[in-house]
Design a protein around this ligand. Structure first.
Ligand code: MV4
Length: 471
């Protein structure tokens, strides 16, 4: 096992990794920008180092980070999610420096990063993929492929993923107009201009399977999460297990997910994403080769600590359990508590947290990096905390989440809490029958009064007293 882990991330996931390291008896090193210098995860790490330049580039500074790890005697690096977590060059550079990258081997990251090659490979080994094309080189070729597939179709960038660079086309004119835009954007955004098309699946469910694989050829899955409740490819609420799968479909999709992971010799934890259509047909979409924000809900229903598992696998340990030992118990929901104003198009909010009271009690977990006095910086994602609850039945779990959202007080910045309260009261959400279009379709959830901050009343009263006294 390692002695010291350097964490190349910030915020709640840095704290999550520190906690896992603490429980395993490993020392931790945090890296931080100037903007993050006084934040909680930096204080909780055993050691910390400032890395630049600027608020963002430091977290992406491959060779600066590796030099730092050497200097501080770290023998392993955990990348968290985002930043360098799916960067094969970083994985390779760690290996070259004799430092263990806590994640899959670089070739698996590369193989899954190119979507055209990945979907072809999966199709060739019998995993269902959406009817689609290989790389497109001209408008004629694109239109021909689209006519063969049938409209609507969707244009995707091969090096894209996570919803970037998608364009839906309803006819040949759309295809002709959008192909050059898609190619140009792909080249600019991903440095790779390969694009392809697929049949567009309307109102799908986004279902993803958690994979765990060791370095000895053992691969299992830990069931699925339904992450359909999202807005502009930003997930908001995640649930596990899905309410639309039955045991048979779960077994079949789980086996497909394991096949996907095996096909690239995957090691460590990862996620295989599928789209599920109205008729419950499922299709491989992509594989995320990192720990995900929503790993928590899988932990809650399986009793398996995924971050500890990542570290143990990277250290060469064998999986302690087989597929048949995995049991899914009850339900879990995660709400991403973001500093955003749902009433104003989910506009990110910045500023100082002037009041903070977090929910607690049975079945409740908060993974966050937020407290009274914390200033939300403008440079990063708006995730303040993840509120996670579990329960034995779905109804109990939804009521528990609603109760927790009602207890949660965050003052000073607007958050997504009041929006989620409305969602937890919604029969459509409770029925489990929500697709990726839920947020845009359920616009009435976006009408509520901002909660009044008692501190504002106190200020108003004080102002009135001053105005009416002869000072
Ligand atoms: C699709 C699709 C419909 N049809 N592909 C978005 C994320 C990226 N991984 C792929 N995505 C989609 N691909 C076909 N052929 C719809 C989406 C999609 C989506 C997928 C998952 C979660 C949310 C989504 C929101 C809009 C579109």
């Amino acid at each position: 096992m390692f002695k010291k882990v350097l964490i190349t991330n910030r915020g709640e996931i840095a704290l999550r990794i520190i906690r896992a390291c603490n429980e395993l008896g490993l020392r931790t090193v945090a890296i931080h920008s100037e903007a993050d210098a006084t934040t909680l995860y930096v204080k909780k790490a055993d050691e910390a180092a400032l890395i630049g330049p600027g608020p963002l580039a430091g977290y992406l500074n491959i060779y600066g980070i590796i030099d730092l790890a050497k200097q501080m005697g770290a023998d392993a690096i955990h990348p968290g999610y985002g930043f360098l977590s799916e960067n094969a060059e970083f994985g390779r550079a760690c290996a070259d420096a004799g430092i263990i990258f806590i994640g899959p081997h670089p070739q698996a990251i590369k193989d899954m990063g190119l979507k055209i090659e990945a979907r072809q490979k999966m199709a060739s080994i019998g995993v269902p993929v959406i009817p689609g094309s290989t790389a497109l080189h001209s408008e004629e070729e694109a239109v021909e492929a689209a006519e063969k597939i049938g409209y609507p179709v969707i244009l995707k960038a091969s090096a894209g993923g996570g919803g970037r660079g998608l364009r839906v086309c309803w006819n040949a004119n759309n295809v002709r107009r959008m192909l050059p835009l898609a190619v140009g954007e792909a080249k600019k955004a991903f440095g790779n201009d390969a694009v392809f098309i697929e049949k567009y699946i309307e109102e799908p469910h986004h279902i993803e399977f958690q994979i765990v694989a060791d370095k000895h050829g053992n691969v299992i899955h830990l069931g699925e999460r339904d992450c359909s409740l999202q807005r502009r490819h930003q997930k908001l609420v995640e649930i596990a297990p899905s309410l639309i799968l039955d045991d048979k479909l779960r077994r079949e999709m789980g086996e497909a997910a394991v096949t996907v992971a095996r096909s690239v010799g995957y090691d460590n934890v990862g996620t295989v994403e599928f789209l599920v259509d109205k008729n419950r047909n499922y299709y491989f979409l992509e594989m995320n080769t990192r720990i995900q924000v929503e790993h928590t809900i899988t932990e809650e229903i399986t009793g398996i600590d995924l971050v500890q598992t990542m570290i143990r696998i990277a250290a060469g340990e064998k999986l302690p359990l087989k597929q048949e030992d995995v049991t899914l118990r009850g339900y879990a929901i995660q709400c991403r508590i973001n500093a955003e104003d749902p009433l104003n198009d989910f506009l990110p909010a910045i500023g100082k947290i002037t009041g903070y009271y977090s929910p607690g009690g049975y079945g409740v977990r908060i993974d966050g990096n937020v407290y009274r006095g914390y200033t939300v910086p403008p440079y990063y994602d708006s995730l303040l905390a993840k509120l996670v609850v579990r329960g034995e039945t779905w109804d109990e779990t939804v009521r528990r989440m609603h109760r927790c959202l009602s207890e949660y007080v965050i003052r000073g910045v607007k958050t997504t809490i009041p929006y989620y309260k409305k969602v937890m009261e919604d029969p459509k959400f409770i029925s489990g029958n929500f697709s990726t279009r839920y947020v845009e379709e359920q616009a009435e959830k976006l009408s509520y009064e901002h909660e009044k901050d008692p501190a504002d009343a106190a200020i108003a009263i004080a102002a009135a007293i001053v105005a009416h006294s002869k000072v």
